[in-house]
Each structure stands twice: as structure tokens, then as C-alpha cells.
Design a protein around this ligand. Structure first.
Ligand code: NAP
Length: 244
């Protein structure tokens, strides 16, 4: 069995790729930074590692070419993503986040989904974020890009169902998991079980349901104390360490 993990050289993607490898899958991984690519190759010599920047035009064709060069795949996971903490909504930062997290990931998902449609089966997964549940004052573009992924994945899932094809589409939804080293087994299990969504950690499914249904007025007022409430969860994530 063959797997492709896009954005698999660091963090959550790396944790998922490591699980595919240890489960005996022939695994290909992409990254962007040279040092991350070298580091992954050294740690996992059995993996095929290449560079793929989803923010550069032509990402869809490059993913198609990559999948062909692998002789097809049975599972594809898009784990690439960028975060910007951008209270002033600086457009340069927002534009890049939207380009990678929304347009770039959609290009990769579409190319992999097209491959599975032709093949007649497959396992497609994408790492979105708990941020996709609602808008956020500090990172409007990031949360919006993740909301886009929720919706895009749902569309692909419905498309597969309408075609009567056994193509699973799994939305992996992490919440403040830091480097995500402990998340690999749960992510692989969700992909192999063909789950529609998996929250990481799982209890965020309940918190997300509450948060999604919070009245708008309360949500707007909550901007002030949102991070105070979440601080105990954020401590686990290095990316949040400078926040109040
Ligand atoms: N960690 C969390 O707590 C958390 C919470 C919610 C959601 N998420 C989401 O989970 C995903 C992975 O996050 P992470 O924390 O594991 O981050 P990470 O360690 O920075 O990993 C991101 C991955 O995406 C790749 N990447 C970055 N820019 C790219 C581009 N332009 N084109 C293609 N690939 C690109 C990176 O390549 P390099 O290895 O070369 O850098 C890396 O492999 C992201 O979508 C993130 O939004 C994470």
C-alpha cells in the first residue's frame, strides 16, 4: 500500500508519515524547507521525500505529476499549513495563509481526489484546525482558510458518495497539539477507518459543538477572554508560548 503525505516533513504531517511507515506503507512525503527535508530523509531513509510548495502556481499539476511518478497511491493526506497571528489583518500575511491553507491545499486535495476517482477508491485526508469552527479576531485569515477546508472536504465526501465510490474523506481537526508527536496513531486510525472527522484530542468534538452554537453576540464579546479561557490548552503548544 502506498501513501503520500503533503506537508509531511514537520509536525503533524511528520507524525502521520511516521505511522504510515511503521505500518509498512510505501510512503512519500513532501516538505518545503531544505533542513526539514534533509532531517526527515535522515530519520526515515525508507521514505521518498521531495520538495513541494503549494503557494507556487501550478501546484495542482505538480501533485498530479508526483502521484503519477509514484505509480499511484492508496492514501493521500494534505497536512501542509501556515499560521499567522495577525490582529491588524496585515494583507501580505493573510494572502500567504489563504494561498497555502485554502487554495494550495485545495489544489492538492483536488489532484489526489481526481486520482482516486479514476482509480475507483482511495483514502483522502486533510489536517484542518479547530480554528475552522468559527472566526477569530487574532487570526481571521487562518480560521477562514480552515473553515474553507471543512466545507471543501465535505463537498468531496458528498461527491464520492454520489458517485457510489469507496473514497473516504477524513477531516483531521487538531486543537493546540503543539508539534503533534503524540497524534500520529489517532490520525492514522481515523484515516484507515475512513472516518469523516477526527478531533485531536477527541474531547474537542464536544467543545467545538458548544463553540459552534454560541450566540453571535457572545462570540463577539468573547474575543477579550478567548485566549484566557484557552490558556491551559495552549501551554501544550510551542507556537502559542508567547501569548498572554
Ligand atoms: N500544531 C497544532 O497545534 C495545530 C493546531 C491546529 C491546526 N494545525 C494545523 O496542522 C497542520 C500542520 O501544522 P503543524 O503544527 O504540524 O505545523 P508545521 O510543523 O509547521 O508543519 C507544516 C507542514 O506544512 C509544510 N508547509 C509549510 N508551508 C508550505 C507550503 N507553502 N507548501 C507546502 N507545504 C508547506 C511544512 O514544510 P516544512 O517541513 O518544510 O516546514 C510542514 O511540513 C497545519 O495545517 C496547521 O494549521 C496545527
Amino acid at each position: 500500500m502506498k501513501a503520500l503525505v503533503i506537508g509531511g516533513t514537520s509536525g503533524l504531517g511528520r507524525a502521520l508519515a511516521a505511522e504510515f511507515l511503521s505500518a509498512g506503507w510505501d510512503t512519500a512525503v513532501t516538505g518545503v524547507r531544505e533542513e526539514a527535508i534533509m532531517d526527515f530523509s535522515a530519520a526515515y531513509p525508507a521514505a521518498k521525500v521531495s520538495r513541494l510548495d503549494l503557494s507556487v502556481a501550478g501546484a495542482h499539476a505538480r501533485v498530479e505529476t508526483l502521484i503519477s511518478s509514484l505509480g499511484g497511491v492508496d492514501a493521500a493526506a494534505v497536512c501542509a499549513g501556515l499560521y499567522t497571528d495577525d490582529p491588524e489583518a496585515d494583507w501580505t500575511a493573510e494572502e500567504k495563509v489563504i494561498a497555502v491553507n485554502a487554495a494550495g491545499c485545495a489544489a492538492a486535495l483536488n489532484a489526489a481526489y481526481g486520482h482516486f476517482r479514476k482509480k475507483g477508491a482511495g483514502r483522502l485526508a486533510c489536517v484542518s484546525s479547530i480554528g475552522g469552527v468559527r472566526g477569530n479576531a487574532r487570526c481571521p485569515a487562518y480560521n477562514a482558510s480552515k473553515a474553507f477546508l471543512f466545507n471543501y472536504l465535505e463537498g468531496l465526501r458528498q461527491n464520492a458518495a454520489a458517485a457510489g465510490l469507496p473514497i473516504s474523506v477524513t477531516n483531521l481537526i487538531p486543537a493546540y497539539v503543539g508539534e503533534g508527536t503524540g497524534c500520529g496513531p489517532a490520525m492514522l486510525a481515523a484515516v484507515l477507518a475512513g472516518r469523516r472527522s477526527a478531533y485531536l484530542p477527541g474531547y474537542w468534538r464536544l467543545l467545538a459543538a458548544v463553540y459552534r452554537n454560541l450566540p453571535d453576540l457572545l462570540h463577539e464579546k468573547m474575543a477579550r477572554w478567548h485566549y484566557v479561557l484557552l490558556k491551559p490548552f495552549m501551554r501544550r503548544s510551542p507556537r502559542w508560548k508567547n501569548k498572554t
